[in-house]
Design a protein around this ligand. Structure first.
Ligand code: G4P
Length: 536
């Protein structure tokens, strides 16, 4: 009974956006409402703004900040909100994708001037893989942005999702007067206040109410009436079902910087967003209200203190109750482990916790037992699915600069890639090590951390590949034939799976056409599917 009650009280989500749309600002305002921080400016942006020539201290600093703010827990309206932070920089996109496997819904922030941007589309594709419910917040309404109807059309077109506005702006930029709440049918009048949380809500009977004209002026009031008419005609009324299935996104307008429209967003989020959902494991579906504990690791973070080689593994609880000092089963290692100082995160502080329930994220001190995707249970043998590695797009060969330290280099590369910083491939003959990433910055991070944490030096030689994809086939002969023909472009990943490095899109296309019996996989999901098949 207790478990079901705990579940009802929890919401676990992430805010996603293209860099600079206002994710950090919105996070901060939500924490203000949740009482987790007292003043604006307390949350540091965890993005690395410089790209090519980032200085390493900056990276270190950022890593420190992002540990502290990886999970932010706050209470609002009797609900425990777990907000999982995602890195802003696009080179860390893979980290973001994995974090998205640990949430139950997302808030997507759009800049009203820029509309849907590149990173927005990529992140939404990942959400769609798991049908994650999405609420859209169109931010920066105090700036001269685009027409709201055009923005809605663009969202539907580019993100391939139906939208339904739940609030509507009155004017924009210098003429921005406030928003009309289509759900509550009241007006929230805009006044630029960056730190306080007061609202100027005006109740109106209906849109014909003359108070509206008095408050915002006759012309804007008439425009609002026209707009709302159009909205009610064009969009179906809001329904929670398709939102929870991930096919309909409610849309809010506001200005995070001015603390405007944020509370409506938060109130609605608390009301409509899903409680912690179950997760698919290889042998069965695991429900969040089951008595037995289970969870999976979706992120690993190196400890900043160079004297300690330990790391923090972030575990999402999926069912039952996690308890401090209780033995749990590490399925991959077939080993029982207990944790004497698991932590939870309150804004910038880490706190020891005694227990946690589905939806919660627990930080576990780890000395190398965990890899991303690992499952802990109360004894049952199953592995959670859905913490995929994505096919990398940048490749470099590792050249050891200090032959006396090859052991350290090997260990460093292996541990850093366990953390998900990058993917490690091996090419024969010669045991050549190739690193694959989604961003250039990862190479700098790896080089820097190898030197500082493992005392190993390396350089990278760029390789010109377009994409890496895992190859499998039920037809052994066909697979062997492919591996033989492409032997110069075949490498293995850390688990010994074959990976094809395609030099260009065209070559990849030809390979797929000429080898119809070979399957090309662009995420590592297939590994779990294969394992499940083998078990069955
Ligand atoms: P991110 O985490 O998504 O990358 O974005 P972040 O919140 O850091 O916001 C990016 C920039 O946009 C910041 O300005 C921030 O102040 C500004 N911003 C956020 N919300 C609003 C809004 O509602 N209206 C307006 N006009 N601006 C907004 P910056 O100059 O890059 O940084 P800062 O020096 O202000 O921190």
């Amino acid at each position: 009974m207790k478990i079901a009650e705990e579940l009802k009280k929890r919401r676990t989500f992430a805010i996603i956006s293209h860099p600079d749309a206002g994710k950090t600002t919105l996070t901060e305002k939500l924490l203000l409402f949740g009482g987790a921080i007292q003043t604006a400016g307390a949350v540091k942006s965890n993005k690395i703004k410089k790209t090519a020539t980032s200085d390493f201290m900056e990276i270190e600093k950022q890593r420190g900040i992002s540990v502290a703010t990886s999970v932010m827990v706050f209470n609002y309206s009797g609900v425990q909100v777990n907000l999982l932070d995602t890195p802003g920089h696009k080179d860390f996109a893979e980290d973001t994708y994995r974090t998205l496997t640990a949430v139950d819904s997302v808030i997507l922030v759009i800049d009203c001037v820029k509309g849907v941007e590149e990173q927005t589309e990529k992140l939404m594709n990942v959400c769609r893989m798991r049908n994650t419910p999405v609420i859209v917040f169109i931010n920066k309404m105090d700036r001269e942005g685009r027409d709201p109807f055009d923005l809605l059309d663009e969202l539907e077109e580019k993100l391939n999702i139906k939208v339904r506005p739940l609030s509507w702006p009155i004017g924009i930029g210098a003429r921005f007067k406030g928003v009309y709440n289509l759900y509550e049918k009241n007006l929230n009048l805009f006044n630029a206040s960056k730190t306080t949380i007061d609202r100027n809500i005006v109740g109106i009977k209906d849109l014909d109410d003359k108070t509206l004209d008095e408050q915002v002026g006759e012309e804007p009031a008439n425009k609002l009436r026209e707009d709302v008419d159009l909205i009610e005609g064009v969009y179906e009324s809001f329904d929670n079902e398709p939102y929870l299935k991930g096919s309909l996104a409610p849309v809010f307008f506001g200005s995070a910087l001015n603390n405007f429209g944020v509370q409506e967003l938060l109130d609605t989020f608390i009301r409509i967003s899903p409680t912690p959902a179950g997760r698919q494991a290889d042998t069965r579906f695991v429900n969040p209200d089951e008595d037995a504990f289970s969870g999976f690791v979706f992120k690993i973070h190196a400890n900043l203190d160079p004297r300690h080689r330990d790391r923090i593994a972030f575990l999402r609880v999926c069912s039952g109750r996690f308890e401090r000092n209780k033995f749990f089963h590490h399925v991959r290692l077939n080993k029982d482990l207990k944790f004497s100082n698991p932590v939870t995160f309150m804004a910038q502080d880490k706190n020891l916790i005694e227990e946690a329930y589905a939806g919660d994220v627990v930080g576990l001190y780890d000395t190398g037992s965990f890899k991303i995707g690992d499952t802990l249970t109360e004894g049952e043998n199953f592995l959670f699915q859905g913490v995929p590695s994505f096919s990398p797009e940048l490749f470099k060969e590792v050249e050891n600069k200090d032959p006396m330290k090859s052991k350290q280099l090997e260990k460093g590369l292996s541990q850093l890639t366990d953390e998900g910083v990058a993917q490690l491939f091996t090419q024969q003959p010669g045991n050549r090590k190739i690193i694959g990433t989604v961003g250039e910055l990862q190479f700098e991070v790896i080089q820097y951390r190898l030197k500082n944490e493992y005392n190993a030096s390396c350089e990278f030689r760029p390789l010109n590949y377009y994409k890496a994809c895992w190859v499998t086939s039920d037809n052994k002969v066909a697979l062997e034939e492919f591996l033989r023909l492409k032997s110069n472009y075949i490498v293995t990943d850390k688990d010994g799976n074959f990976v094809f490095l395609a030099q260009s899109e065209w070559i990849l296309g030809m390979a797929r056409e000429n080898h119809p019996d070979v399957q090309f996989h662009f995420t590592s999901e297939f590994k779990r599917e294969a394992a499940a098949k083998a078990k069955a």
